[in-house]
Design a protein around this ligand. Sequence first.
Ligand SMILES: [Zn+2]
Length: 206
Amino acid sequence: MNAMQQVGGDAVLIVVDVQNDFCPGGALAVPNGDEVVPVINRLARRFDHVVLTQDWHPPGHASIASAHPGKAPFESVRLAYGEQTLWPDHCVQNTAGAAFHRDLDIPRAQLVIRKGFHAGIDSYSAFRENDRRTPTGLAGYLRERGFRRVTLCGLATDYCVGFSAIDARATGFETAVMLDACRGIDLDGSLARMITAMREAGVSFL
Ligand SMILES: [Zn+2]
């Protein structure tokens, strides 16, 4: 992608979860997560079409450690759909932590898609929740609008960006991840594993 080129037509930028709780000072801070904000602001100006995603959990959500007595954040638990990593309380609906970073400046964003609002299901992917069955509706929206190419950026590379990119490919979109505009959590080598998984799924890196 040429640095100065405006990207339009059938291409869309998906900005994943650039929310206060995922930035330094937040409940589930991605190391240096706020560094992506100016990079994404510049990137988004080059796209005619931009979609934002927002992690959006009800209080007591199944992915939150405090909802499971005796469990601590980053342990895992078995839910109806399988193993689920437990997280600190984060991105609770309508809290400051769930708000977008205040310096995120993308006035032309056309859609905010919220995920993780089903009380019993987490959602890393912007397309399908962690039961791998429940759709968020994003694929239908993108198809109906005629998009064929998806570029992703945001937080965190090894969770929500990565799962979203793999699902974008599986849904049939040409998919790229702008790594400079992402940061990872890297829990037990999760970053390297996700980069490999994305590459194997046919995701390209910019
Ligand atoms: Zn979450």
